[in-house]
Design a protein around this ligand. Structure first.
Ligand SMILES: [Zn+2]
Ligand SMILES: [Zn+2]
Length: 367
């Protein structure tokens, strides 16, 4: 069948929106009509080549939701007509990690990271050129074929754009608080970097009952948004004195938890300084792959400060995503407010320009 998708042929060049040929689903695969796709900072890292994967040409996009239109043999998870969210880290249910409460580290992800289908073949083509897809989903595309391990059925009353965002930034941010850090009620939390995921760390901290939620960013506009989502204090780090300000706001001790949403060694080093003895730094942000951390070990150990890594919100995707959408339905999570701009697929390059300019909390492509 024909679809139209946004293809990246070379790093740092605009996406080309064009007609593509899509092969039907094979064993264990489903054809999804994608209705909404989030424009995320990780896509920007693919466009710029900061992330080496997927090989080019490729359809980027790793956040999406839509409707199942066809299923291949052996699919028992969904049927045509079901609404689904797309998962950029699939879960198989059967591997070591899936059976040991870490499905977000599922072995199956190794099969989709390289931009191919799990069986090592392609479904998308342009003429005689095979097209890769980002993380097994490639959501900047009207239709795509994906593994059934990369979809999660959702209720039909959940808007597609909300579902698309929940599958990445929302679960990563809220999961970092509830699952990775296990923030306790009454605690103090510092969030360094208040973009699309940082805002959801703030929402997660509110859900966890943190009483001091300190948002840190270089842009005052981001700090204003952070307050709307529950930050109790804001600090523009451009003014300097961040560590001193946080220590002052936490009774002279330092914060219980600090979330690095930037993914830079400097931010992690600062986060270690501004937590209290026994405090935790949670590494969530994703920077360039070649960065290295250089920290003095003795004070870390002597003060029992911990560094915790967070991948996909350390989440059980099935139960946690359903929980987040239930919290949204009863008004405990503000997901509509995350979306500040909508684009057509033809406007996708504008969407990335706006992301680079820091204009949007989250932009969404409507398909
Ligand atoms: Zn994302
Ligand atoms: Zn697995």
């Amino acid at each position: 069948m024909k679809t139209s998708g946004a293809v990246l042929y070379e790093h740092n060049t605009p996406l080309v929106v064009e007609e593509l040929e899509l092969a039907p689903p094979r064993q264990g695969e489903v054809l999804v009509e994608i209705k909404a796709a989030g424009i995320c900072h990780s896509d920007l890292s693919v466009l710029s080549g900061v992330f080496a994967m997927p090989p080019l040409p490729a359809v980027p996009g790793h956040e999406g939701a839509g409707i199942v239109r066809e299923v291949g043999p052996g699919v028992d998870k969904v049927k045509p007509g079901d609404h689904v969210m797309l998962l950029w880290a699939p879960t198989c249910g059967g591997c070591f990690y899936c059976q040991h409460e870490q499905p977000y580290l599922c072995d199956f992800r190794d099969l989709t990271r390289g931009g191919l289908m799990p069986d090592g073949t392609y479904r998308l083509r342009k003429g005689d050129i095979d097209i890769h897809i980002m993380l097994g989903v490639g959501t900047f595309n009207h239709f795509n074929v994906v593994s059934q391990n990369s979809v999660l059925p959702i209720d039909k009353d959940v808007p597609f754009d909300v579902a698309a965002l929940t599958g990445c930034g929302v679960i990563t941010g809220v999961g970092a608080v509830l699952n990775t850090a296990k923030v306790k009620p009454g605690s103090s939390v510092v969030v360094i970097g208040c973009g699309g995921v940082g805002i959801n760390v703030i929402q997660g901290a509110v859900l966890a009952g943190a009483t001091r939620i300190i948002a840190v960013d270089l842009l005052d506009s981001k700090l204003e948004q952070a307050r709307e989502f529950g930050a109790t204090h804001t600090i523009n780090s451009g003014a300097g004195g961040l560590v001193e300000r946080v220590i002052e706001l936490t009774k002279g001790r330092g914060a219980d938890y600090a979330f690095d949403m930037v993914g830079s060694p400097q931010v992690v080093a600062t986060a270690v300084e501004l937590i209290r003895r026994g405090g935790k730094v949670i590494l969530v942000g994703m920077g360039p792959a070649d960065q290295k951390l250089d920290l003095p070990l003795a004070p870390l150990r002597a003060m029992e400060k911990s560094l915790l890594s967070c991948y996909y919100g350390s989440s059980d995707l099935c139960t946690d995503l359903t929980m987040l959408l239930d919290l949204y339905k009863i008004g405990r999570l503000n997901l509509d407010g995350l979306i500040t701009q909508r684009y057509s697929l033809e406007q996708i390059n504008q969407g990335f320009d706006d992301l680079k300019a820091g204009k949007n909390l989250r932009g969404v492509v409507e398909l």
